[in-house]
Design a protein around this ligand. Structure first.
Ligand SMILES: *[C@@H]1O[C@H](CO)[C@@H](O)[C@H](O)[C@H]1NC(C)=O
Ligand SMILES: *[C@@H]1O[C@H](CO)[C@@H](O)[C@H](O)[C@H]1NC(C)=O
Ligand SMILES: *[C@@H]1O[C@H](CO)[C@@H](O)[C@H](O)[C@H]1NC(C)=O
Ligand SMILES: *[C@@H]1O[C@H](CO)[C@@H](O)[C@H](O)[C@H]1NC(C)=O
Ligand SMILES: *[C@@H]1O[C@H](CO)[C@@H](O)[C@H](O)[C@H]1NC(C)=O
Length: 502
């Protein structure tokens, strides 16, 4: 036996291994039984002379027994690993899926200490290895492949030690239980890509991962909350920042209106009373608007009615009615938003520029058209035909004071239209100029018509025969409209015809 051992050892120590055919017993038995041959000292000395790189050559003095044991383990390993020719080469240690013997071989530290230089690949995968990373493999610094996957290894991976395996190109630590933390060596993860660490417990590019995890775990919920809060804020406070299709048509929020008026600034204030104010503002879409704000706190029922009325107002579409753009309904803040009309009102126009007859007729026709539209389509909507309340926009009169008034009978509306015509012809203010207001005004016209016609027709106007004739017609129409004795008032159709024939 000793002879045979000596024989194979010669091969092992010179180049690689030679497994004698009798070496059939288990490696443990062999380790117990075999003793180094007498000339073993000489053999390895010679080997070292020939190849000083052999690992045991660096040991001095030689531990002959240990070196001999390692040759036995080597011979077994080479054979088990299915190397094609254990006499001449020992390129791989293949203990993959060998849970019974892999841990045993791993425990022979004397073997790993003298790891044969020919080994280029170590495969210990799927072999039920437990405990810490097997440091033994680092002795085989020449290896190119190391597979420790599918084991139960735990603890830290000695990342730094991989610097001692410069030729390692394949590494697999996948499917183990290594501890996650303390891996900060970037080069390590650069050298081996993520396929080396699948389910290993290691977190390659851990910082990145941590950033991602933080983003996901913390950032995501925060961003969701922020988005919801922001969206909620927009919906409830500034819907004008939302895309058009998400905005509630016609509904304005107090914040939107405040933003449109520089925070209800004095500069934007046009008129004010104790409970209301009229502001001029610019919406985010660039539209200039008039905002009538009411501060008085009213009952829920009144607010409901207010909203209902606003819903009607926004539906009015006529060239002689100021467009209502929407409303704001808030407990302590209600508002109606209408288009801002740049021109002045009829009263100022009438008294300052003494418009020629033709332009006055245009105003009659416009107002008649507007009132007829309201009468036909929206009889519940009332208005105030005082010349002060009629705006002028590019020569077109616009009814601006719309209101819901149950006392708005048709008769009264026609009466008011009559007063309006007489006012336009005469340029007299019924309420200011006459003691009994409109009634006094109408009586004054009746007194002067037809005998003192020149008193009634605005004196500043150029008065040709034609104009006087038409003005006379207008006065007659005005008187008809204001004649409340039964049956004398013209009907709406009649009125509309008369006006369009002017
Ligand atoms: C070497 O391997 C062969 C089969 O590959 C086997 O028959 C033989 O018993 C093994 N020798 C040792 C010493 O294990
Ligand atoms: C081995 O041989 C060398 C000389 O070649 C000697 O110095 C050494 O003591 C020997 N070692 C043993 C353990 O016999
Ligand atoms: C792992 O080893 C077991 C036997 O121990 C075997 O059944 C299984 O197929 C092996 N798995 C892999 C992935 O090699
Ligand atoms: C790595 O490979 C090169 C070339 O094959 C070789 O010269 C070198 O000794 C090897 N390094 C180690 C530590 O074995
Ligand atoms: C990882 O590296 C191996 C070789 O080491 C290569 O085959 C594989 O494609 C690489 N995978 C990625 C995702 O880069």
């Amino acid at each position: 036996m000793a002879l045979i051992s000596a024989n194979f050892l010669v091969f092992f120590l010179t180049i690689s291994l030679s497994i004698p055919p009798i070496l059939t017993a288990s490696v443990v038995e062999d380790l117990d039984n075999l003793k180094p041959p007498p000339d073993f000292n000489l053999t390895i000395t010679n080997n070292c002379l020939r190849n000083p790189n052999l690992r045991y050559c660096k040991a001095s003095p030689f531990d002959l027994h240990e070196i001999f044991k390692s040759t036995i383990v080597a011979s077994h390993l080479c054979n088990i690993s299915n190397n094609p020719n254990c006499v001449e080469s020992f390129p791989k240690i293949d203990l993959h899926s060998q849970p019974k013997i892999a841990p045993l071989y791993l425990s022979f530290t004397f073997f790993w200490k003298y790891c044969p230089l020919t080994i280029l690949s170590i495969d210990l995968s799927n072999s039920s290895l437990k405990g810490n990373f097997p440091f033994e493999v680092f002795n085989c610094s020449q290896i190119q492949q190391l597979d420790l996957s599918h084991n139960e290894l735990s603890g830290d991976v000695p990342v730094q030690n991989f610097d001692h395996l410069p030729n390692l190109t394949f590494l697999s630590l996948s499917y183990n239980h290594f501890s996650e933390c303390k891996i900060s060596d970037k080069n390590f993860f650069k050298r081996f890509n993520t396929t080396s660490f699948i389910h290993s417990g290691l977190l390659p590019n851990q910082k990145k991962f941590r950033v991602k995890a933080v983003l996901l775990l913390v950032g995501f919920p925060i961003s969701v909350v922020v988005t919801i809060v922001w969206f909620g804020w927009l919906c409830f406070w500034r819907p004008d920042f939302l895309p058009k299709f998400l905005q509630r048509k016609y509904k304005f929020t107090p914040s939107t209106l405040k933003a449109a008026t520089n925070g209800l600034s004095k500069r934007n204030l046009v008129a004010k009373s104790s409970t209301s104010g009229i502001y001029r503002g610019i919406l985010r879409d660039g539209n200039e608007v008039k905002i009538e704000i009411y501060w008085e706190i009213i009952s829920t029922e009144s607010r409901r009615r207010f909203v209902e009325q606003c819903k009607i107002l926004v539906q009015l579409h006529h060239k002689n009615i100021v467009p209502v753009l929407g409303w704001c309904d808030n407990r302590r803040f209600r508002a109606i938003v209408t288009k801002w009309i740049d021109g002045g009102n009829l009263e100022t126009w009438l008294s300052r520029s003494a418009p020629p007859w033709k332009q006055r007729v245009k105003a009659f026709i416009g107002i008649a058209s507007g009132t007829c539209y309201l009468h036909e389509e929206w009889p519940e909507v009332g208005y105030d035909l005082k010349t002060r309340n009629i705006r002028l926009s590019s020569g077109e009169p616009l009814i601006s004071r719309l209101k819901f008034d149950h006392h708005n009978s048709s008769t009264k509306k026609i009466y008011k239209f009559g007063v309006f015509i007489l006012e336009m012809v005469s340029n007299r203010r019924p309420l200011e100029d006459f003691e009994r207001g409109e009634t006094g005004f109408v009586e004054w016209v009746k007194i002067n018509y037809p005998d003192n016609l020149e008193n009634v027709i605005d004196k500043r106007m150029k008065r040709t025969g034609h104009i006087v004739r038409e003005a006379t017609d207008a006065i007659e129409m005005g008187l008809m409209c204001t004649d409340l004795s039964s049956g004398n008032q013209p009907s709406w159709d009649h009125l509309s015809n008369m006006v369009s024939n002017m």
